[in-house]
Design a binder for this molecule. Structure first.
Ligand code: ADP
Ligand code: MG
Length: 311
């Protein structure tokens, strides 16, 4: 490589990041050292992204950073944890300085907004890929399970749906969006970012939660996973991304909401008795959690149109 690994790390990954009291030794040493508060557990999320599999070689580098870290942040939040530190293992075919500059600047900005510290990583040469290891803190007993929603629980979605699916339709050539709409839709696809305090809002309250990588329907099925319970979801209650709203009643609009990927959005089930506590916590955040339906004894997920008929 034209510049040494040491220079590369100092230049692209040495930006001052989020200050976290838990980080005793951060980036630049042989190994990072973390001090976990005595009353907390650590949750670990690992994600691997490979070129041509999870992203295209010509995707905007800022978006590659965002999709890797943004998705991980949503998954950690869904467990009710507070993300605090991450590592980055990066494999690069060559030192493409403009690519690295855009990638690392976007990664650092997102990490700062979300108060997570980049504590280290490794860099090697090869086909472009990255592995992110994001850690979150959680009080024992407050972990939110991935499945186990029970009949009577209320279903919520945090964050708007449908933007990424609209961009994917444009990319497939199934739709021709005017420039401004196109940019707005692609922004939701390329720059997923969950609400920073979501994990702490759900901790100990939600009965199950998950990020919506595979869309809302699959997300709800996962919450119910194996319990035999089902759910009714009211389509008109779904939070619609502003870019999709004017097109919602065109062919496929509701389907985009039901099945479109929304990796930064989290769906969760809440026992009705926890509703007031959740509302009190959300008051001091920018999180918008929309009630969308209810878990029921009868199996299957029913999506109901405004007139009460099933989609
Ligand atoms: P080593 O010789 O132990 O492999 P390196 O020279 O690879 O150490 O890394 C030096 C420091 O930079 C370490 O703190 C390491 O964690 C960090 N680091 C290396 N690559 C990255 C990367 N892609 N992102 C973040 N930190 C990195
Ligand atoms: Mg190394």
């Amino acid at each position: 490589m034209a510049i040494s690994e040491f220079e590369l790390i100092a230049r692209f990954f040495g930006r001052p990041g989020a200050e976290r009291a838990e980080v005793v030794v951060g980036i630049g040493d042989d190994a990072a050292v973390l001090e976990v508060p005595p009353d907390r557990m650590v949750l670990v999320d690992v994600s691997h992204f490979a070129v041509e599999r999870h992203f295209a070689a010509d995707d905007p580098p800022a978006s590659v950073a965002h999709r890797a870290l943004g998705g991980a942040l949503a998954r950690v939040a869904a467990r009710g944890a507070e993300p605090f530190a991450f590592t980055l293992a990066l494999t690069l075919p060559n030192v493409d300085e403009p690519w690295l500059e855009a990638f690392s600047a976007a990664l650092a900005a997102l990490a700062l907004r979300q108060r997570v510290a980049l504590i280290g990583g490794d860099t090697t040469r090869g086909a472009l890929s990255l592995t992110l290891n994001l850690q979150g803190l959680i009080h024992p007993g407050e972990l939110v399970p991935a499945r186990g929603a029970a009949p009577g629980d209320l279903l919520f979605v945090a964050g708007p749906l449908g933007g990424p699916a609209l961009a994917l339709l444009d990319r497939l050539g199934e739709l021709r969006l005017p420039k401004a709409e196109r940019d707005a839709a692609y922004h939701t696809l390329h720059f997923p970012e969950p609400e920073p305090d979501l994990g702490r809002a759900l901790a100990g309250l939600a009965s199950a939660a998950g990020a919506l990588d595979d869309g809302l329907c699959a997300g709800i099925e996962a919450l119910l996973g194996g319990t035999g319970a089902g759910a009714s979801v009211h389509l008109e209650q779904l939070p619609v991304d502003p870019v999709l709203r004017p097109r919602l009643h065109q062919a496929g609009g509701w389907n985009l909401l039901r099945d479109g990927p929304a990796p930064a959005q989290v769906c969760f089930a809440l026992p009705a008795s926890h509703q007031e506590q959740l509302a009190a916590r959300l008051q001091h955040t920018s999180i918008r959690a929309a009630w969308i339906g209810t878990v029921e004894r009868a199996g299957g997920v029913r999506f109901l149109l405004p007139d009460g008929s099933a989609l």
